[in-house]
Design a protein around this ligand. Structure first.
Ligand code: NAI
Ligand code: MG
Length: 364
């Protein structure tokens, strides 16, 4: 069988710096675990604009549609801030998400014990936390019509519409249940079925689809209560399924339970391709961090954990993903820290490359 294929789009700022460490990790899996990927690389964001005058070349878009998974670093930076909206670096990212139809956004909130002190919550509430928020990404109130601001009775009125078809709810729901089958078989769906018809439909469709996943334990929660429960007792959850708006807020809230931006990975999944794998793009949550670009200070862990998600969710290599995450857990427990993970006690931080070195050593 052909090797699985990866397209690396390192992007701008610290994107290429953190991606260099991911490439070393990918190489390690080929050398030591007989898990070889066909890796190709291309440009996105400002780097693509500099080369082609567009933030994503059509050829790159076509490649992204063909590969098994895309790994993206970060886009943007001050150099591109004054570009016309149509060619801004972010447009490259948005084009990828839109044309690949990546409707399920996966945002884990995973707390490494060694970093539990970074949380704004008490250590025992977050220690060992490992939850996954599945946010519907391509529909809902950010896209529904009618929308706009108009005048009614001499008064300005602002309108946005929460709109979901059952097909849109179904595909996000299946993504969440499929994910749950690879985790702890537990899904909590969050909406506001008490006050929103779209929430009633959401709850009905999720309940119907659940019939196809009898092994998964399903619960429903109103999203406002969900927000309270996330900060009160987050470990009660495994997979949380929710819509675009609630997911935007709940995923940011859950992410901060775990501390640093330099630690947060994400995945965006679409429909299954002919080979059964979902269309997929994996990327750290952070941006291009112009304030530390070129200084060797960037924490590569968010990007490395994004590759771990690719192993688990695109390539069915859950045990190898566990191996990589365990290596990261170990180096953190041993005290390895990039500058963003330094507490008030101080010490000498590791550089981006040194963090890569210790993770590779832990893998060995
Ligand atoms: P940012 O995430 O780039 O940086 C926020 C702060 O976190 C900075 O102080 C940065 O140094 C720090 N930081 C981020 N990642 C880090 C890492 N891996 N290791 C250590 N420290 C890290 O967000 P900001 O400053 O709002 O945006 C900078 C640029 O990135 C902008 O052009 C923005 O449009 C773009 N951006 C791109 C995103 C993407 O590619 N998905 C997401 C967010 C912002
Ligand atoms: Mg947000």
């Amino acid at each position: 069988m052909a090797n699985p294929s990866l397209l690396i789009l390192a992007g701008d700022g610290i994107g290429p710096e953190v991606m260099d460490q991911v490439k070393r990790i990918i190489g390690w899996f080929g050398d030591k675990r007989d898990l070889t990927f066909d890796v190709s690389e291309d440009l996105v964001g400002g780097a693509a604009y500099d080369a082609h005058g567009v933030p994503l070349h059509d050829d790159t878009m076509a490649k992204a549609q063909e590969v098994d998974a895309v790994l993206l670093g970060a886009v943007g930076g001050p150099k591109y801030d004054n570009l016309d909206f149509s060619v801004k670096p972010e447009r490259g990212l948005l084009r990828l998400r839109k044309e690949m139809d990546l409707f399920a956004n996966l945002r884990p909130a995973q707390c490494f014990d060694a970093l539990a002190d970074f949380s704004s919550l008490k250590k025992d509430i977050v220690s060992g936390l490992d939850i996954m928020i599945v946010r519907e990404l391509t529909s809902g109130v950010y896209f529904g019509e009618p929308r706009g601001i108009h005048i009614e009775d001499n008064m300005r009125v602002g309108i946005n519409t929460q709109r979901y078809t059952e097909a849109e709810i179904e595909r996000a729901t299946r993504a969440a249940f499929d994910l749950a089958m690879k985790r702890n078989k537990k899904v909590c769906s969050m909406e506001k079925a008490n006050v929103m018809e779209s929430g009633i439909l959401w709850r009905d469709v999720v309940t119907e689809i659940h019939a196809d996943y009898p092994e998964v334990e399903l619960s429903h929660m109103y999203a406002d209560n969900g927000a309270m429960q996330l900060v009160r007792a987050p470990k009660q959850f495994d997979v949380i399924l929710t819509d675009n708006l609630f997911g935007d807020i709940l995923s940011d809230c859950a992410a901060m339970l775990t501390g640093s931006l330099g630690m947060l990975p994400s995945a965006s999944l679409g429909l299954p391709m002919a080979n059964g794998r979902p269309k997929a793009m994996y990327e750290p949550v952070h941006g291009s961090a112009p304030d530390i670009t070129g200084q060797g200070k960037a924490n590569p862990i968010a990007c490395i954990l994004s590759f771990a998600m690719a192993l688990r969710y695109s390539f069915d290599e859950g045990a190898e993903a566990d191996r990589l995450e365990a290596a990261i857990e170990k180096v953190l427990a041993d005290g390895a820290r990039t500058a963003d993970l330094m507490g008030p006690e101080g010490g000498t931080p590791l550089s981006t490359t040194q963090m890569g070195d210790v993770i590779l050593a832990a893998l060995d």
